[in-house]
Design a protein around this ligand. Structure first.
Ligand code: COA
Length: 367
């Protein structure tokens, strides 16, 4: 007989914890495989990073095809003219406690910044246009620094300037390639959070705010802000190997390693590793590349866990002169375009995402 309050649903399926290897829906936006391939709308993400701009890739991810010349012109202009934020939003940032984490500021400001667009896709892109400015102004306001004005150039050049105060087209191109690799990753935790929110038919801004909350966690987007904590302490490759051995002996996780899908290789990490090699040469910091490669090798030799994108992206950002508190907001600003595509895909063929649970608490208690 069924206990009171314990439902035994006919046909219910119990799936692995963490939805590991469970396919919950179909998507036409991106795909990954355990051999280390990542594809955006049919194109390899690493090829897009090498051969296309951030704007072209964002358009592809959002709309499903590479833009023609007039589409890219309109899209790029839209991102440029909508990058600013109004004075009332600046004042709200000024009222925030000075120890607010930048990613928390970004989430709060995204949830309230005035937007002029009314259509879902345009609202999403308008949020994306503003994220570099919100991150930069937020950081500077929290630190009591003047905000940067007169922004110009491509999306990546503007963003790089807003992060570093420098116009440097070479640095901005390294930055742009990594931004492209952060853009989309099918049903990762923040995107799935966004799709759950979208499935209630909430508005796009609310769904993005939910995704930002999920992205912050150290097992997801928050990992990239923790890598320099150990990377910059290395003084030799022997020390790098010992660091891995000590962490594994203590059964502690090393941020920047492991992935739910990529068990052998993260293609984005290998691409970012090549960027780091080239950047390290350019900046006369080749020892940093050697320490990173030694950590990666030791992790593979001892536990067969591959480096993920965050590991090499964070080290590249450091050499590009970008301050650590920006790392998760940078990830968010790029992923916004992946989230946008998923919002539209979810609502265009919607079913409320509402799983079931198996109750294992006490039963039959009397008052
Ligand atoms: N450092 C050390 N050990 C790790 C590890 C890491 N970064 N990532 C996974 N492992 C180990 C686990 O301890 C576990 O070992 P065990 O079987 O001996 O207990 C095994 O690998 C499986 O890990 P698990 O956390 O269950 O795998 P998952 O698929 O659920 O997790 C992540 C994937 C990303 C959450 C996980 O690899 C992680 O926490 N990485 C660090 C955070 C990070 O870099 N996140 C960014 C992801 S892009």
């Amino acid at each position: 007989m069924e206990e009171i309050g314990v439902r035994m649903e006919q046909g219910a399926i119990e799936v692995p914890k963490g939805l590991d290897k469970v396919i919950v829906d179909r998507t036409g936006i991106a795909s990954t495989d355990s051999d280390g391939n990542l594809v955006y709308r049919g194109y390899r993400a690493v090829d897009l990073a090498e051969k296309r701009s951030f704007e072209q890739t964002a358009y592809l991810v959002m709309y499903g095809h590479l833009p023609d010349s007039s589409e890219i012109e309109d899209f790029s202009r839209f991102l440029m003219i909508n990058y600013g934020i109004d004075d009332s939003t600046e004042r709200i940032m000024q009222l925030m406690p000075k120890d607010t984490k930048l990613i928390d500021l970004l989430r709060s400001v995204v949830s309230l910044v005035p937007l002029k667009e009314k259509k879902d896709d345009k609202i999403l892109i308008e949020i994306g246009a503003k994220m570099p400015r919100i991150s930069s102004d937020g950081y500077r306001i929290l630190k009591g620094m003047p905000i940067l004005k007169d922004v110009q150039g491509s999306y990546a050049e503007r963003f790089y300037y807003l992060l570093t105060g420098n116009y440097d087209s070479v640095g901005a191109r390294y930055f742009e390639k990594i931004l492209i690799l952060y853009m989309e990753h099918e049903f990762n935790a923040s995107t799935f959070t966004l799709r759950v929110a979208a499935s209630t038919l909430t508005d796009p801004r609310a769904a993005v705010t939910a995704a930002l909350a999920a992205l912050k966690g150290p097992l997801h987007g928050g990992a990239n802000a923790e890598i320099l904590n150990y990377m910059l302490k290395m003084k030799s490759t022997d020390e790098a190997v010992k660091f891995v051995e000590d962490k594994l002996a203590k059964k502690e996780k090393i941020m920047g390693f492991g992935h739910r899908i990529y068990k052998k290789l993260d293609p984005r990490a290998q691409f970012a590793k090549e960027q780091l090699k080239s950047l390290a040469k350019l900046k006369d910091a080749e020892q940093l590349y050697d320490y990173a490669a030694a950590i990666e090798k030791a992790m593979w030799d001892k536990k067969q866990i591959p480096a993920n994108l965050d590991f090499y992206a964070a080290t590249c950002f450091y050499l590009l002169g970008i301050e650590e508190s920006f790392y998760t907001p940078i990830f968010a600003a790029s992923r916004l375009f992946g989230w946008g595509a998923h919002y539209i895909e979810q609502v265009s063929d919607n079913k409320l995402i509402r799983p079931d649970s198996k109750y294992v608490g006490p039963v039959g208690l009397e008052l």
